[in-house]
Ligand binder design. Structure first.
Ligand SMILES: [Zn+2]
Length: 110
């Protein structure tokens, strides 16, 4: 009966980023929303007819979307660059989908 009421959904590549992660529940929940492009970023809030300023809260230059907020914004891009440098990773910050693919690949290894 349970299987009838809850059919198995499509397999996703990012499940290891969420399940069995050592990150905090809050972080995994935000990641879960982000990989499904469901974070309440300003571009989505405007699509939901909220009358708000859609400008990025960090740089005040461009409209706020998931891609911009985490990877294209000059402010957050610099933070990511510093984090990568701290971790010894010597590559540039990539767009969201490419960063997720890299994280998925690394989550498969031990
Ligand atoms: Zn910005």
């Amino acid at each position: 009966m349970y299987k009838f009421l809850h059919p198995v959904g499509a397999r996703v590549g990012w499940n290891r980023l969420i399940c069995n992660s050592h990150a905090s529940p809050k972080s995994t929940f935000i990641m879960w929303l982000a990989v499904q492009n469901r974070l309440a970023t300003k571009d989505r809030l405007i699509r939901w007819q909220l009358n708000i300023d859609g400008t990025c809260g960090l740089c005040q230059l461009e409209s706020e979307s998931l891609e911009h907020l985490f990877f294209s914004c000059s402010y957050s891009k610099e933070i990511w660059r510093q984090v990568l440098l701290y971790l010894g990773v010597t590559r540039a910050v990539l767009p969201w989908q490419e960063e997720v693919q890299i994280a998925v690949k690394r989550s498969r290894s031990k």
